[in-house]
Design a protein around this ligand. Structure first.
Ligand code: SF4
Length: 379
């Protein structure tokens, strides 16, 4: 048993598939993905957006392929980006075949929606020939008519049945390299559907609360839905859906994983809400630090706390800590910097931000150098 069993999250056991080089399911880390919102045929704009998503840490990026121009664009996009691409296909089986040939690492397609058994066979053959996996994407808003007639409305049972019917078609074609999502914009419905599906199959699950809303509401809804499921060990890859810049989706995705201590990327800032006791302007400091430290991918924890009420305690648990001393009026003459939990030196307000950025950058460089040395020693 671990030292803090209340923090243990046993993962649901499931098979592992690959989206290009990225493993999904089994013991793989939970991957984070987003989707472009450019016109796919606009190769330059789409490549530029995918590169921004890569920089933000995206493991996988999905791209819509609604027409032939899009799949033609995909063939030019794939060689220019560093993340595996999922081609999003609805209904048109030919787009799926074109996308597989164009280098997509995964096809998001529901085999029950593409028509004849022969078409399904052709798509599966293309996926096998080109090393593509697939995602079955069930959505509460577009359930098949026979399921709506049977169940009366979108419900967890209908969504799971839909997912398993699509899965059966792929299994009958001897294809098991797929993951499944059962998304809904209603958090309760999505959670219940995923929980039931997790029990009903051993395929990896792609989590998402669909049409979650703008940045604030969508972040809250996604964090509740995705967070609940992850805490139960359910979920192998996540996509936060926001009506916002897709880069925000990646940031929120990582923040959900960081909050549950499931995966770390970049600087995790612990900060207080601030009050009259603060020795420096906590809110402004955190805002600036978040921006200036956004380029750091190395996992590092940083506490930014306004005074000694909570500062030393939080600093003990973080790599680098800053605790306010003095008052705003005397420019925080006794702000204390902690290194590895231990009080190290003082810093005044005017120099504080540059100093913390410098400390974090140096710490990140030292961690990366250590990692590189350990890797070359192992080789
Ligand atoms: S840590 Fe200090 S400054 Fe921050 S909210 Fe608490 S009492 Fe106020």
């Amino acid at each position: 048993m671990s030292a803090r069993p209340y923090r243990d999250v046993p993962r649901r056991a499931c098979r592992q598939i690959h989206v290009g080089p990225v493993p999904v399911g089994g013991d793989a880390p939970v991957s984070v993905q987003s989707m472009t919102n450019t016109i796919t045929a606009d190769v330059e704009a789409t490549v530029a957006q995918i590169k921004r998503l890569e920089e933000a840490g995206a493991d996988i990026v999905r791209v819509s392929c609604p027409d032939e121009d899009a799949t033609a664009g995909l063939a030019q996009i794939v060689p220019r980006v560093g993340v595996p691409i999922v081609a999003d296909i609805h209904f048109h089986y030919k787009r799926a075949i074109e996308a597989a040939k164009a280098g997509a690492a995964c096809l998001r397609i529901n085999p029950g929606n593409i028509g004849s058994a022969e078409r399904v066979r052709e798509v599966v053959r293309a996926a096998k020939d080109h090393g593509c996996s697939m995602r079955i994407g069930v959505n509460a808003g577009s359930l098949e008519r026979h399921l709506l007639e049977k169940f009366g409305e979108p419900c967890p049972e209908a969504m799971v049945q839909s997912a398993l019917e699509h899965a059966k078609i792929l299994e009958d074609n001897d294809f098991r390299e797929f993951k499944i999502s059962v998304k809904a914009s209603d958090v309760y419905l999505a959670i219940a559907a995923y929980e039931a599906l997790a029990d009903a199959c051993d395929y990896p699950l792609h989590l998402g609360i669909t049409e979650a809303g703008g940045t604030r509401v969508g972040t809250v809804k996604s964090s509740i839905g995705i967070g609940w499921l992850l805490k139960k060990g359910i979920g192998d890859t996540i996509r936060v859906s926001l009506s916002a810049d897709p880069v925000e989706e990646i940031k929120v995705g990582f923040d959900i994983l960081k909050s549950l201590d499931l995966r770390h990327r970049g600087v995790r800032i612990v900060s207080c809400p601030s009050c009259a006791r603060q020795g420096f302007d906590v809110i402004k400091t955190v805002e600036i630090l978040e921006e200036r430290l956004a380029h750091i991918a190395t996992p590092i924890s940083l506490s930014i706390i306004g005074c000694v009420v909570n500062g030393p305690g939080e600093a003990r648990e973080t790599d680098i800590g800053l605790t306010g001393g003095g008052t705003l009026a005397n420019e925080g003459a006794a702000n204390k910097v902690y290194i590895a939990g231990v009080p190290d030196h003082n810093i005044n307000n005017p120099d504080m931000i540059d100093h913390i950025v410098d400390l974090v950058e140096k710490k990140a460089a030292a961690i990366e150098a250590e990692k590189a040395a350990a890797k070359s020693a192992a080789e």
